[in-house]
Every structure is written in C-alpha cells, then in structure tokens.
Design a protein around this ligand. Structure first.
Ligand code: HEM
Length: 620
C-alpha cells in the first residue's frame, strides 16, 4: 500500500509540475489487470463525483471513437492522467501532435506495446533505434511508385472479382449483400497476398490464368497442398481472425485448451507458419538461381537484400542483412498492418456512400470524367493517380479516414530526457517516461481545425457537420491564418524511406499539420500509405464507374412493395435505412483496429447504374 501510494503521489507531483491539466486515477487503465477486472471503476465511483465524473469516459476501453473530441472539449486539448504506474498524456492538439511526430528520438514509439506483434520475428513496426532504422531502410525499398502501379493493376483485378461475387451470374445485381465486411476483408487479403508475396489469389469460381506457374497454383489452390490441412487463404484468414488469441496465449496452452476457437487458431497458425517458411525458402532459391525481380513481392525483395549480390540501398549506404526470422517477421507485419486497416476503410466507405447518395453521385461523375467508360484493365496508374487523388475519390477516402481512422490512438513516449512541448505559445516540460496518446479520432474532429457547416443529417439539429461523413468538406476553403506547414524546432532531418509526398492532394483542403494523422506522421509514419491510398481509390473507381450502391431496405419493405411506392414513400423508407445504418457504424470499436465487432452488419445492394431504386435521386 505504501509503494502504491508513494508511486501515485510521485506521478501526481510530476503532473502538477508540468503545468498541464491532470486527473488522478487509482489504476493504469492500459494494464491487463485493470482491463480484466473492470470493477475497480465501480470502486472509484464510490469517491465524490468530482474525482471521477470528467475522467471516467477515458477509463473505458472503447472511448476513442465513441467519445472522440467530446472528451477533450471538457478536459482540454492536452491533459494528463496520473496513476500509480505512470503518467499518460492524451492530446487532440495539432501543434503538439506535430511536435511529437517530428522528433522521433525525443518521442520514440513505446515498443513494449507492440512486442506481442514480434511473434514470427522482429520487424519494422515493433522495433526502435538502430534496429528499426535498418528494418525501415530495407523494407522501404519495396514501397516505390513502380510497385504502386503494380498494386493499382492488381487492385483493379481483385475488385472486379469482388463485384462478380456481388452481382451474380445474371449480372443484374440488386441482391441483398450482408457480407460487405467479410468480402472487403477478402479483397484486401488478396491484394496484400500480392504485395507481401507476389501471389495471385482467386475468388470462388475464378481460375488462375493458364500461364500461372506451379507455385502460384499451389498457393492459390482451393484444396490444401501436400503437408497442409488448410489452403493458404484459409490459413491466413483464420490466423488474422484469431490474431489476438494467438498473440496472447502461450503455445503450450493453446494446443491443450478444449475450445473450438483455440483449436481453429492452432490449426490456422500451424499451416500459416509452414507457408511462411516455404515462401521464404522459395524466395531464397529464386535469389540463388539468379531469378530477377518480378512484380511486387516484399518477401522476395527482403530475401534479395539478404541473399543477393547487391545488398546496397539506393542512396548508396550498405544495409545490414535481415536474418530469416526478421524477413518472416516483416512479411507477417506487412500483412497485419496492411490488411484490416485498408479493409475497414473500404468497408465503412462503401456504407457511407450508400448513406450519402448525393456524394455517391458526385463520385460517379468524377470517375466518369477521369476514365469515361473505358475498361478498368486499360487504366493507367501514372496518368490517372493525381487526378483521382484530387477528385471525389480522394475526398471520400480522406473523409473516411478523418471520421474513422483505423488506428485510433498512436502511442509515443518521452525518451530518456525531459522534453519540452509548446502549445499556444506556452512551454510545458514533460518528464521522462510519460506515455503519450495521439488521439486521431479526436484531433480529426477538433472544430478548431476543420471547416464545418450546419449538419444535414436528419434528426441531427447541430450547427456543425464535423461528426458527419461529408467528402465535400475537402473542397471547402481553409480559415484565414490556417497554416499547414509549421516548422518544428529540432525536427528529424534524416530520411528513413517511404513515400515522401503529402497525405492529401494539393488541390483539396490541406489540413493543419498534426490535425490529420490516419497514417501518423514523420519518420515513423505508415510505410504503406501510398499503397493503401492506391488500393482504396482504385477499388472505389472500379465499383462506382458502372454501379451504384444502395442500402438494402428488406427489413421494412419487400421488393414488390418498393416497386409500388411513390418517391415520397421511397424517400421516407430510405431515411429509415440510413438511420439504422448510421447507428450500426457508430457502434464500431477498436481492439486492434476500428471495426464492427460481433455479428453487426449493414446490408446493401449493388445495382448497375440506371437501375437504382433510390440513390440516383434521394438527397442525402
Ligand atoms: C488505410 C490503411 C492504413 C492505415 C490507416 C495505416 C495506418 C498506420 C499508422 C497510424 C501507423 C503508425 C502506427 C504507430 O506508430 O503506432 C502505421 C505504420 C505502419 N504501416 Fe500502415 N496503415 C495502413 C495501411 C498499410 C499498408 C497497406 C501497409 C503495408 C503494405 C502498412 C504498413 C505499415 C508499416 C510497415 C508500419 C510501421 C512503420 C514504422 O514503424 O516505421 N500500412 N500505419
């Protein structure tokens, strides 16, 4: 008790010295014990209300999305939480966020948070310092524009595969689809299979092209190949589905637990690890046989760096070779980092476009302006990417990532010395070891940084649309004095690789630096940002060039009843579907990334343009 009390008193004293607002709580809300035994919050509530009332939302595990900026509105843009174990700083202030992301050494990543992701080997995501620098330089080599063009083409093919599943053999569509989440996960898994390993994965009913080599056939086969009990897609899908269980359960225990979920997880992982090992050996053989780089294939490129003759970076510096386990670790991490993030974004984006018919029509108009009715297989990356990023496709993507960033809170910490942050002209000293949460869901809804208008969402009589999906926001003018390029004193100057351009098109609204961080920012920003953006805008273009997406209304009316309705009745019906869909989306929460949990879903229908029942005229 003495140690507990003095640790808490020590952290409270440190918090007081910073001069920032702070709140005292009896337990570290991040600790597994605090999460496993949430009744401590009920005990905390036995204290007078003033001790817990304001801070209580922040102690809930899913507050980031649910409460977003509302918490900061009450507690300030930067506040501290003092508990016995540590001092935590949460911020939704762009100026502070920009300083933290610009100074990697002063505010490194708390890698212990990510340690569990080193399950299959160390990687660029879960290391810091010199080890991270080498991982970053070696892996960044794959993230170039040539590969972005290849991903654009693959993403087009894969999206066409998904559309085939939705539209049915008669190609009429208009069938209720309840599996948007599952199908967008499969879409992004197929693309990441290509990005990570150079694989061409097929949709049910599709076959590989006749010139596919034996290896491609082995990994794309629906039947498990010799030595496996699951095919590659199943093993990957199930491993990712059970990832938390796998990350948290010791292997000796996993094998012996009598539950269905643990058995599925163990079988999936056993197959997946074997596949990883086989891939690695295939790639090493290719390098030893002198096979040249073909297409996008991160694991192949890492094997070339370690086993090939030329292991020098483009900038001339010698790269340390990665060990076999580091190659596997990085290949795995690319899949984890690049799968759910992009899948959730396209999933919610499709739902929001169905919710917002007017925005959908503007998107369709822009896509036709860029591509006309040309076949997607003929689309050229280089000549269309900038136009797409500056069009409604870019605006819709940016707005979705503003509303629902897959990574809700980006963790940092104060390095071995005290550090200074500046906020609104005042300096604050942060002691060593402070944990920092850059709360993307909050800063991206902080009215200080975003142009707003009165909300148009039915029943939402707010004078601000900041909580609504409004892609047109990205065409609005910035406020006077809005500065998107502030320099930070002592910012990193070294280039660690990755796409260097800004997050959003120069022709659209340019957010204040630090206020838009779906991909984080600075040296440790997302390595896959450009690829993710290319995947998203190409998928949108393929879908909305020829089709419209509508909310399914089966819950309230049959097809025959809709047919018999006049416009007023149809508009009223669609409003019901919109309200219901918005409610489901609002219930998303984050375990690893922000998504729907449990069996929640929003049913939709894909229809050829011209055959819509609602979205070609309903006003959002
Ligand atoms: C919409 C899609 C995506 C979003 C929103 C996203 C977001 C992020 C964020 C916020 C971080 C920083 C995490 C942190 O500092 O804790 C990150 C890091 C990373 N992301 Fe992404 N990501 C996306 C897609 C991808 C894709 C497609 C790939 C790879 C193919 C990828 C690979 C990585 C890697 C390797 C890192 C670690 C970089 C480092 O620490 O140096 N991401 N991502």
């Amino acid at each position: 008790v003495y140690r507990y009390a003095s640790a808490l008193a020590g952290n409270v004293a440190k918090a007081k010295r910073t001069g920032l607002p702070y709140h005292v709580v009896p337990m570290n809300p991040h600790s597994p014990i605090a999460q496993m035994f949430p009744f401590w919050k009920s005990l905390f509530k036995l204290l007078p209300r003033r001790y817990w009332e304001d801070i209580m939302p922040v102690l809930m595990s899913d507050w980031h999305f649910r409460d977003n900026y509302k918490v900061f509105e009450k507690l300030g843009d930067v506040f501290l939480v003092a508990c016995p174990e540590k001092l935590i700083l949460y911020t939704a202030n762009a100026e502070v966020i920009h300083q933290v992301t610009s100074k990697r050494e002063a505010f490194p990543k708390p890698v212990q948070v990510y340690k569990i992701l080193s399950l299959y080997g160390e990687s660029v995501l879960a290391t810091e310092g010199a080890v991270w620098k080498n991982h970053r330089k070696v892996t960044a080599a794959s993230f170039n524009e040539k590969n972005a063009a290849l991903v654009f083409a693959e993403s087009i093919k894969q999206t066409e595969g998904m559309i085939d599943q939705w539209i049915g053999a008669d190609r009429q569509g208009n069938r209720t689809i309840k599996t948007v989440e599952h199908d967008t996960m499969a879409l992004m898994l197929h693309i990441i299979g290509y990005v990570g390993f150079g694989l061409r994965l097929v949709w049910p009913g599709q076959s590989l092209p006749p010139d596919a080599d034996a290896r491609q056939a082995k990994y794309a086969a629906l039947e498990p190949p010799a030595g496996h009990t699951l095919n590659f897609t199943q093993s990957l899908e199930k491993t990712l589905e059970k990832i938390l269980l796998l990350l948290l359960t010791p292997r000796w225990l996993l094998k012996h637990l009598p539950f269905k979920a643990t058995k599925v997880a163990a079988e999936a992982e056993e197959n997946f690890v074997k596949y990883l090992d086989e891939f690695l050996h295939d790639k090493i053989d290719d390098v030893k046989n002198g096979d040249k780089e073909v297409g996008m294939d991160i694991m192949g490129q890492l094997a070339r760096t370690s086993y090939g003759e030329d292991s020098t970076s483009k900038k001339g510096s010698k790269l340390s070779k990665l060990s076999d386990s580091e190659i596997t670790g990085n290949a795995f991490i690319m899949i984890v980092a690049g799968h759910e993030t992009t899948a959730n974004t396209i999933h919610f984006l499709l739902l929001e476009l169905a919710n917002n018919p007017a925005a959908q029509r503007l998107l369709q108009r822009d896509i036709v302006n860029i591509f006309g009715d040309t076949d997607p297989s003929s689309w050229d990356y280089e000549s269309s990417v900038n136009a797409l990023m500056a069009s409604m496709a870019g605006a819709c993507m940016n707005e979705m990532l503003r509303m629902m960033p897959p990574v809700v809170d980006i963790p940092k910490e104060v390095a071995n010395n005290d550090q200074v942050i500046v906020k609104d002209g005042e300096k604050y000293h942060l002691p060593q070891g402070v944990h920092i949460g850059l709360v993307a869901t909050a800063v991206q809804r902080n009215p200080r940084y975003w142009p707003t208008k009165p909300s148009k969402v039915a029943g939402n009589n707010s004078d601000s649309d900041i909580h609504d999906f409004v892609p047109e926001r990205w065409y609005r003018k910035a406020e006077e004095g809005h500065d998107d390029s502030a320099e930070v004193e002592g910012a990193d100057t070294e280039n660690y690789g990755g796409f260097e351009g800004p997050d959003t098109s120069a022709q659209l609204f340019r957010p204040v630096r630090g206020s838009y961080i779906p991909f984080s920012d600075g040296a440790r920003s997302c390595l896959g940002r450009r690829l993710a953006q290319v995947e998203l805008i190409s998928a949108l273009s393929v879908i909305f060039q020829k089709y419209s997406l509508e909310l399914a209304v089966d819950e309230w009316a049959t097809d025959a009843e809709v047919e018999a309705m006049d416009r007023t009745q149809r508009a009223a019906l669609y409003k019901k579907a919109q309200a219901s869909s918005r409610k489901v989306i609002a219930s998303a929460s984050s375990v690893l990334t922000l998504k729907l949990h449990g069996d929640k879903f929003v049913p939709v229908r894909l229809v050829p343009k011209g055959q819509e029942r609602f979205v070609d005229w309903v006003d959002s």
